[in-house]
Design a protein around this ligand. Structure first.
Ligand SMILES: Nc1ncnc2c1ncn2[C@@H]1O[C@H](COP(=O)(O)OP(=O)(O)OP(=O)(O)O)[C@@H](O)[C@H]1O
Ligand SMILES: [Mg+2]
Length: 372
């Protein structure tokens, strides 16, 4: 799939922008703080409804304005699909080909995007919820049932926590609580299995990519659910979670919150038995994240039949020349790639000659060169 064109209205520092993209590579260049990252962000938000870097939707609206709109046409399975996202008064309105979409899960799985950006390291260094949020977004792009179940799970989790908070002693209705827990376990089991399957698939590719970029073997990603799910079937996982929650029952009543379930999962990154979060160099950590994202490309392709769209924000400036070329060599030629950089002189001649070049200044396109 690829993005053909985009129109922005009041998005961050863009008051009005129209830009078309080729199926291959584009490079957005310009000085600092001109709007290169904002433009990539608009593509990401249009596809996935959320920003990769901001939790606050309001910050996406240009200062002094009361709405922002992103409209884009994508070619998906050789058919044009128009997506539109409008942000106004803390509300998001989504349209596909002009029709209003009510369920976000139906929208998010239309377009697949993988973004590489400098703050990616947070995925390694940050708290577990950073990693959960990331993998939730990736799984939601691939399977719209995942997002539906995740939303159901979060609702049940909230109900269960509210119940634990508000009902103590004789007020505690054990039968109601058991029913709630049953539903909770059902959704939890689905999430555990999907996450496990996804990380297993990533591990089919990730060592090879890490080796290609860094020259080092033995890289893997570990999924760390709080219960042992390694060899378990659906029934096995359910049973393990039933037992775990039974063990924790008194503790949960004391602290009045749910102490086990996928909302407490984590993921970690290892070279052999060395945890990169604790012992890896900054460079190794960065290469680990690159390898993870590269591994997602073939997975998306297998699952949907099409390559996702790649957004590379300032990624080259972080890598030395060899690693930069190693990375470029790992990217399939026929995948749409939109790259930002401050400095074109850093880039390979061949890359420059085969890319559309777009110079950005203060939220405007001031120069453009189409691919010859
Ligand atoms: N909601 C907003 N309204 C108006 N301007 C905004 C808004 N949010 C961010 N900006 C402006 O956007 C600019 C930053 O844009 P962006 O992050 O895209 O820069 P960049 O070109 O990627 O720069 P760098 O090369 O430093 O990464 C800043 O000048 C900032 O003030
Ligand atoms: Mg930037």
């Amino acid at each position: 799939m690829f993005l053909k064109e985009i129109t922005l209205k009041n998005f961050r520092n863009y008051s009005d922008l129209f830009l078309s993209f080729p199926q291959g590579r584009s490079i957005l260049y310009g000085n600092n703080a001109q709007g290169k990252t904002n433009l990539l962000e608009s593509i990401y938000v249009l596809g996935l409804t959320k920003s990769h870097r901001s939790y606050v939707d309001q910050s996406l609206i240009a200062q002094g304005q009361d709405f922002a709109r992103i409209n884009g046409t994508f070619s998906i399975n050789e058919l044009d699909t128009n997506l539109e996202l409008t942000l106004q008064e803390k509300k998001k309105r989504l349209k596909v080909d002009g029709d209003l979409i009510k369920k976000v899960s139906d929208y998010v799985s239309k377009v697949n995007i993988i973004i590489f950006y400098p703050e990616d390291l947070e995925l390694m260094k940050g708290a577990p919820n950073t990693r959960r949020r990331y993998f939730n977004l990736e799984l939601s792009q691939l399977n719209h049932t995942y997002l539906t179940v995740l939303n159901d799970y979060n609702k049940l989790l909230k109900m269960r926590n509210d119940y634990l908070k508000d009902h103590v002693g004789v007020d505690f209705d054990d039968i109601y609580y058991q029913i709630l827990t049953r539903y909770f376990i059902d959704k939890a089991t689905f999430l555990y299995r999907m996450r496990k399957k996804y990380i297993d698939r990533i591990n089919e590719f990730v060592e090879e990519y890490f080796l290609k970029i860094s020259g080092k073997e033995g890289f893997s990603i570990r999924y760390e659910p709080g219960i042992d799910i390694e060899h378990y079937s659906k029934e096995g996982i359910e049973e393990a979670l039933v037992q775990k929650l039974e063990q924790l029952k008194e503790a949960e009543k004391k602290v009045r919150t749910t102490l086990a379930g996928p909302h407490r999962d984590d993921y970690s990154f290892y070279v052999d038995d060395m945890n990169l979060k604790e012992y890896g160099s900054q460079g190794q950590q960065r290469m680990a994240i690159l390898a993870l994202k590269l591994s997602e490309i073939p997975i998306f392709k297998q699952q949907t039949g099409e390559y996702p769209i790649l957004l590379l924000d300032d990624v080259f400036s972080e890598l030395d020349e060899t690693k930069r070329n190693n990375l470029l060599c790992c990217l399939p030629r026929d995948i749409q790639t939109i790259i930002t950089t401050t400095d074109l002189t850093n880039l390979d001649e061949d890359l420059l000659n085969t890319s559309k070049l777009v110079e950005i200044e203060c939220g405007n396109v001031i120069k453009m060169k189409e691919v010859q």
